[in-house]
Design a protein around this ligand. Structure first.
Ligand SMILES: Cc1cc2nc3c(=O)[nH]c(=O)nc-3n(C[C@H](O)[C@H](O)[C@H](O)COP(=O)(O)O)c2cc1C
Length: 446
């Protein structure tokens, strides 16, 4: 069995309650941090661990913390990003629902390290039942003396607020989230200033993902070096992967970074292989925003070595033959999947979710959706494929926030790797529009 850090106690009955969590060693990291370490020592330990943000971009967490401005007399905030609206990603939901105290404990440690006395958990608005679970866990932790005034007699005060989100994917982008938390429409802000300087209510703020914050208890209990020893190189530690699609065992798995992709897909410990009688066609490895890869490229690097579940290995080959670990939303497609339809489906999502501030994204996502729709429904023409590539290029890098890139990459990569399939839709419209019709050309299935 692989190393478990976050999900170690997931199968203990009642682990969502304070009493059971405490019996399993819960809140010892808070005691250690608040009673025996200075905030700077906690930051140092997190830096040593090498843990990278698990929300998608993979930015080193300790480094982000050390950028936090500390002007005199100005409050600082920690905001936990629990918006989790990326298609294919559901690991934060799983963690909060089953192990709310792992997040609460991480929030206390992280808030202490950053000098925050009021911190927020911004939860995807559709998940009201998770809001209630977290509120219950917070009340339990408070009753036990781990939240509120003068925690454990150390003089440190912390109030934790759970805020239901605004119901839009864009509210997961950290500056849109801050706008939404301030009660405004969730539009991303221009940067600089970055949240570390002017964030929530114009005060220095750190925004971190649920999983990132949840790792801090283990790091404090076991030391940053012990965490850094797990995984491979700059991909330290474990990662929660949301596995879905045509696999035998969809679910949330905690893997040690460095597991070969092939093992992750085929081992009974994780996905259990492709459903019986079918073959692997493609994988979206890190949530809908990352480039899709065909079977041969997701399993092996250009030099024939196995591709690993790490930030570096998944992105090996750049945009030509690589992808990204992203948020760990691992979507598996077998040969019954139509890549054109899937790409259109993703494009529909991004068009719907574009906030509309930047013209390339507002207009471009709509163009891509419409062009993909006509290809899928048998009305495409030969120029449409190049038009899609052109529109995707014009969105990429030209928007305030990365939603534009997130919309462009799935389209550009699908065309890069499955161009034949798009062409087939255009040249054989009557065949391609039959219910359940899928391109059966010459492609590498595994
Ligand atoms: C459109 C969009 C949606 C995002 N949604 C989320 C999200 O739901 N959860 C999350 O943690 N990060 C999300 N991010 C990334 C955040 O902006 C930010 O990088 C992250 O919360 C930082 O946390 P980390 O450093 O711990 O990963 C999103 C980014 C974009 C552009």
């Amino acid at each position: 069995m692989g190393k478990k850090i976050l999900l170690e106690h997931i199968n203990v009955p009642g682990i969502e309650t304070y009493d059971v969590y405490r019996k399993q060693g819960g809140y010892t990291a808070v005691e250690k941090a608040l009673k025996t370490m200075t905030p700077d020592e906690v930051v140092e330990e997190v830096k040593k661990s090498g843990v990278r943000g698990r929300g998608g971009a993979g930015f080193p967490m300790g480094m982000k913390w050390s950028f936090l401005a500390k002007p005199e007399g100005v409050p600082r905030y920690l905001v936990c990003n629990a918006d989790e609206s990326e298609p294919g990603t559901f690991k934060d939901h799983y963690l909060m629902k089953n192990l709310p105290h792992v997040l609460i404990e991480g929030m206390i440690i992280s808030s202490y390290a950053l000098g925050a006395n009021k911190s927020f958990i911004y939860v995807r608005g559709e998940l009201m039942y998770v809001v209630r679970i977290l509120e219950k866990a917070i009340a339990e932790a408070k009753a036990a003396g781990f939240l509120g005034k003068n925690i454990l007699g150390t003089g440190y005060d912390l109030e934790l607020v759970v805020q239901p989100g605004g119901g839009a994917y864009i509210c997961g982008e950290e500056t849109a989230l801050l706008e939404s938390l301030e009660g405004k429409r969730g539009n991303p802000r221009n940067k600089p200033p970055f949240p570390a300087v002017k964030g929530l209510y114009q005060s220095p703020t750190v925004v971190n993902n649920v999983e990132s914050i949840a790792t801090t208890s283990w790091i404090i209990n076991n030391g940053g070096e012990a965490y850094a020893a797990i995984g491979i190189g700059r991909s330290a530690g474990t990662k929660l992967i949301s596995a879905s699609g045509h696999i035998k065992k969809p679910g949330v798995y905690e893997i040690e970074l460095g597991v070969p992709v092939e093992e992750f897909i085929y081992s009974d410990e994780w996905c259990g292989g492709i459903r019986d009688g079918h073959h692997l066609k493609a994988v979206v490895a890190g949530g809908s925003s990352v480039p899709i890869l065909p079977a041969n490229l997701i399993l092996k690097l250009a030099n024939g070595d196995p591709r690993l579940m790490t930030y570096e290995s998944l992105s090996d080959g750049g945009f030509q033959t690589g992808t990204m670990l992203g948020s760990g939303g691992f979507i598996v497609f077998d040969e019954t999947s139509c890549i054109v339809r899937n790409t259109w489906n993703f494009a529909r999502f991004y068009h719907h979710e574009s906030c509309g501030q930047c013209s390339p994204c507002r207009e471009g996502t709509g163009w891509m959706e419409r062009v993909l729709h006509r290809i899928e429904y048998g009305h495409g023409n030969q120029h449409d494929i190049d038009l899609l590539v052109d529109v995707a290029k014009k969105i990429e890098g030209n928007t305030i926030c990365p939603l534009g890139d997130a919309a462009a990459w799935p389209v550009a990569s699908a065309i890069r790797h499955f161009r034949d399939e798009f062409e087939w839709h255009i040249t054989n419209p009557s065949e391609a529009t039959q219910p359940g019709a899928v391109f059966k050309g010459d492609m590498a299935l595994v």
